[in-house]
Design a protein around this ligand. Structure first.
Ligand SMILES: [Mg+2]
Ligand SMILES: [Zn+2]
Length: 191
């Protein structure tokens, strides 16, 4: 039986976002209880995979090496809370580079599916931007959750305008994790 998978956006979901991009590990600050949320999901049998647009790389604002250092700070913090991020997929491209991976395109999720044999009928996408929800839907994730942290409030207005309704609106990642673990288990398969 394949495992449940939770795809997470990074900025505005796990850590506080910045309009000037996260350019250094010192600029990476966890949103309260987001590492605990990942640990809770893991404890209930959900694998967690990061799906993040990092156009700061393509724009020449940060190097892949710096991105790596920032992600290491993130994974260390998550591990200290007892959680684990199974894999990380990032799109380094800018919006005009025409890649297949930049959300809302489903490329990164489809790549994760190919790598890890994920069943999208048992997959969740959690993000704070309209493009996260659109990406989850484009890929075919069963449940797409918008968090109100980061861009969340703006995203809700943008989605409403497009007639797209998230499956659940959570205050933050921890609330999303509580909702998922309370409502889904191996006895309650999305079909
Ligand atoms: Mg985000
Ligand atoms: Zn890309």
């Amino acid at each position: 039986m394949t495992q449940y998978t939770v795809f997470l956006d990074r900025d505005g979901v796990i850590n506080h976002d910045s309009d000037a991009y996260i350019k250094h590990p010192d600029e990476f600050h966890f949103i309260a209880k987001s590492p605990d949320a990942i640990a809770l999901l893991n404890a209930k049998g959900f694998q967690v995979i990061l799906i993040t647009n990092q156009s700061a790389v393509g724009r020449g604002i940060i190097s892949v090496r710096t991105l790596d250092a920032i992600l290491k700070k993130m994974t260390r913090g998550v591990e200290q809370a007892g959680g684990r991020i199974k894999d990380i997929f990032f799109c380094p491209h800018g919006p005009n580079q025409g890649c297949d991976c930049r959300k809302p395109k489903p490329g990164m999720i489809l790549q994760a599916v190919a790598c890890h044999g994920i069943d999208l009928k048992k997959a969740f996408m959690i993000g704070d931007s309209a493009k996260d929800i659109e990406c989850g839907k484009n890929a075919g994730c069963a449940i797409n959750i918008l968090v109100k942290t980061g861009n969340g409030e703006r995203a809700l207005a943008a989605l409403t305008e497009k007639g797209i309704v998230p499956d659940f609106l959570a205050g933050d990642l921890y609330e999303a994790a509580l909702w998922i673990t309370a409502n889904f288990s191996s006895q309650n398969i999305v079909s």
